[in-house]
Design a protein around this ligand. Structure first.
Ligand code: NAD
Ligand code: WQD
Length: 364
């Protein structure tokens, strides 16, 4: 099939491209590069043996999105394109609502106009907030606690309404838990701009010498060792789930919302120790105060993904650390170009770039 991968130059999108290509799909990436590097294209070419088609398109540019669908034929869309930094979303909520929600509406409009009715959407376990019980099932209460989470929930709801009222439209919402790790080649991986907000990239940067030590946010949580527990999932397992979700959509022609996690919780200190084993480096760390908005323990009940998609996670925490370290040690400065800004301010700036999609498409 011919798949449009919106946000395909990003962390999870680029890994998903490798799995889609291995399964024989033809890919077209559309990305504004607001939080990713154009160098991903060359890395994907090295992995795949051919360069995937890649267009610089900002989903906020409704005309550019329409032009893309007018010039290219797609069987389905995978939609990764969003801003995702929780802290930044609290500082700039409207930029998050605009980029994530308005961008999604433009994409859905273009899909509808072109008669493309199959979508795989990147949602997040953030929609569960602080769950009442773990493991978390898909029917748990939804309660978001920051504008980023709000944008994910609203997008899920908009997509859900479309599935309800348009018989030609089906979607799978994938609620990721904590994606980490990298492609086994070490050629692509997670390259956050600025100070990493997430645990694994922070540990990677400590291990490679870019940061002095990890601050562990809280040592008094009601967990196995007092530090926060999460469900880390290898990005290659996650990537495979997207290909399985496409198969589900074409096989069953119905919509679904599923958790993607391993079903196992790992504490911050357990992850630090596992990374130390994988890298052979000590990870200096100290316990500091809890981070605002954090919760003690979140991990998935992934059984629905197994029964609906035939998917389950295969790679363990040691593989996640080994592959994250291979990427970071082979690429100490990530993709090594301008820091991927990942900021809403940068998003605004990038929008000033004239519409390049028509030229890009016309230019082949
Ligand atoms: P990422 O920032 O690496 O990738 C997102 C990509 O989308 C980037 O390449 C960015 O340039 C692009 N993008 C953003 N806004 C765009 C726009 N308006 N037009 C075109 N391209 C745009 O993030 P990721 O970690 O790969 O996350 C992918 C998706 O998964 C996001 O929707 C995110 O919210 C969701 N998610 C991520 C995590 C996580 O921890 N990484 C967890 C749950 C859900
Ligand atoms: C994991 C654990 C921290 C950094 C976030 C988003 C969520 C989703 C995934 C997109 C927690 C601790 C962290 C550090 C630390 N993203 N930690 N020191 O908070 O579970 O989820 O990313 O959808 O929406 O909220 O992930 O990696 O930030 O934190 O001690 O420097 O590591 O307190 O216990 P989180 P995280």
């Amino acid at each position: 099939m011919r798949i449009l991968v919106c946000g395909g130059a990003g962390f999870i999108g680029s890994h998903t491209c490798t799995v889609l290509a291995e399964r024989g799909h033809e890919l077209v990436i559309a990305d504004s590069f607001v939080n990713s590097s154009p160098r991903v294209e060359g890395r994907l070419e090295a992995i795949l043996g051919h360069a995937p088609a890649c267009h610089r398109v900002d989903l906020l540019d409704r005309g550019a999105v329409a032009a893309l669908f007018a010039c290219e034929r797609f069987d389905a869309v995978i939609h990764f394109a969003a801003l995702k930094a929780v802290g930044e979303s609290c500082e700039r909520p409207l930029d998050y609502f605009d980029n994530n929600i308005a961008g999604t509406i433009h994409l859905l409009q273009a899909m509808r106009a072109a008669g493309v009715g199959r979508l795989v959407f990147s949602s997040s376990a953030t929609v569960y907030g602080d769950p009442d019980t773990v493991p978390v099932c898909e029917d748990a209460a939804l309660r978001v606690s920051n504008p980023y989470g709000r944008s994910k929930l609203v997008m899920e709801q908009l997509i859900g309404d479309l599935c309800t009222y348009d018989p030609g439209f089906q979607a799978v919402n994938l609620r990721y838990f904590n994606p980490v790790g990298a492609h086994p080649s070490g050629l692509i991986g997670e390259d956050p701009g600025g100070i990493p907000g997430n645990l694994m990239p922070y540990i990677c940067q400590v291990a490679v010498g870019r940061r002095e030590r990890l601050e562990v946010f809280g040592g008094d949580w009601p967990t196995v060792d007092g530090t926060g527990v999460r469900d880390y999932i290898h990005v290659m397992d996650l990537a495979r789930a997207h290909a399985d979700a496409l198969d589900f959509l074409f096989r069953e022609r119905r919509s679904a919302t599923v958790n993607l996690g391993t079903g196992r919780g790992t504490s911050v200190l357990q992850l630090v120790r596992a990374f130390g084993r994988a890298s052979g480096r000590e990870i200096p760390h100290r316990i500091v105060a809890r981070r605002a908005g954090d919760v003690a323990e979140v991990y998935a009940d992934p059984s629905l993904a197994r029964s609906l998609l035939g998917w389950q996670a295969e790679l363990d925490i040691d593989a996640m650390c080994r592959d994250a370290w291979r990427w970071q040690s082979m690429n100490p400065d990530g993709y090594g170009d301008e820091p991927a800004a990942g900021t809403a301010a940068h998003a605004t700036a990038s929008r000033r770039v004239p519409d390049q999609v028509s030229e890009a498409i016309a230019g082949g």
